[in-house]
Write a protein that binds this ligand. Structure first.
Ligand code: ATP
Ligand code: MG
Length: 336
């Protein structure tokens, strides 16, 4: 019974809270007058008729106004729950008036906060995990050296140096991503030659895999507009991925062409490519298609997230495509 009463909301479809209040007042006055008249008509004493009228008026108010304050009560309870860290509560938002619209906005805000909180937790877990692995490896090695189990030779020093380099790259990447997220990154846009920008990136990344050929096709004199240091970062990230996934003796192709209102840069390789199910997600932070395989090659899964942030800050777009028969192509468009 209580459940049925709770679901009765006769004024839910009224679009204004002022009209609702008016209807409640009119309804209660009409009910009171009707009850008093009826009681007097059947011969009840005027004093009892008045009391009966008041009771009926209260019942009518309760019936009509029910549902008007419920969302407000729920909102108060949900805000208290949020303050305590629980973002799961939602408000009954069936009313069409201003309170209903407030309840719907509240639900949207609660969902966004819920998602942001989940992402924050995931980020902390990912960061801790990514930092823990190289730190644990370094520590184990240092303990071995301290115990005399391992000799302090060149190989040990080189391995530890590589471990600390990996750590500092990771910390730099995290710092950079947080700057993109806080909106504190300012671009220094200028006109630059695409061919030169690509050659610079190739000169930096090429030596990492001397067995992989990098072929560049860029229209001579083609220029782009953007922050050259940031564009260099996009290119080195894409080239690093391409050479990392290339088969022995493979070829990576980089091309730059004019596109309507933009320049299109494509980086293609002959590696295993990216499965269709992962193609959208590879730009997410820490996302790796095969985490176990990629971990060995040193990537934390942040390079493409950084590249996407830079491209978006320039007002451009970036996407991955599967090449036929195999391989991956990353297509970047930067406004010109
Ligand atoms: N050219 C490619 N061929 C195949 N898979 C790729 C290629 N580029 C990226 N990927 C996949 O996308 C994932 C994300 O790439 P991303 O550059 O963000 O991270 P990463 O290279 O693993 O690490 P980081 O760039 O932080 O060193 C990679 O782990 C890999 O699984
Ligand atoms: Mg990468």
């Amino acid at each position: 019974m209580a459940h049925v009463l709770r679901d009765i909301r006769p004024l839910d479809q009224v679009r204004s809270i002022k009209v609702k209040l008016g209807l409640v007042v009119l309804g209660s006055v009409a009910a009171t007058v009707g009850a008093i008249n009826f009681a007097i008509y059947v011969g009840v004493h005027a004093r009892f008729a008045f009391v009966a009228g008041l009771i009926i008026s209260l019942v009518v108010i309760q019936l009509l106004a029910h549902g008007m304050v419920l969302p407000l009560r729920q909102m108060a309870a949900a805000t208290r729950a949020m303050a305590a860290g629980d973002y799961s509560q939602r408000i009954t938002a069936t009313a069409q008036d201003e309170v209903g619209s407030l309840a719907r906005s509240f639900n949207t805000m609660a969902s966004q906060l819920d998602r942001a909180e989940r992402q924050r937790r995931e980020l902390v877990a990912n960061v801790s995990h990514e930092l823990r692995t190289p730190i644990a490896a370094l520590r184990a090695r240092l303990e071995n050296l301290a115990d005399g189990v391992e000799a302090l030779d060149e190989a040990a020093v080189t391995a530890m140096l590589r471990g600390t380099e990996r750590l500092s790259i990771l910390v730099d990447q995290l710092l950079e991503l947080s700057q993109f997220e806080s909106g504190s990154v300012r671009l220094n846009p200028q006109r630059f030659g695409l061919a030169e920008a690509i050659e610079d990136a190739v000169a930096e990344v090429g030596p990492v895999r001397p067995d992989v050929r990098i072929a560049v096709t860029a229209d001579c004199g083609l220029t782009g507009a953007g922050d050259t240091a940031r564009v260099h970062e996009i290119l080195t990230n894409l080239l690093t991925n391409a050479v990392r996934h290339s088969p022995e003796g493979g070829t990576v192709t980089v091309s730059a062409r004019p596109a309507p209102g933009a320049v299109r840069i494509e980086v293609s390789d002959q590696g295993p490519g990216i499965p269709a199910a992962d193609i959208e997600r590879i730009f997410d932070r820490f996302y790796r298609v095969d985490a176990a395989r990629e971990a060995g090659s040193g990537g934390a899964g942040l390079g493409l997230a950084i590249a996407r942030s830079i491209v978006e800050l320039h007002g451009g777009s970036i996407r991955a495509e599967q090449r036929i028969p195999s391989g991956c192509r990353i297509v970047t468009e930067l406004p010109n």
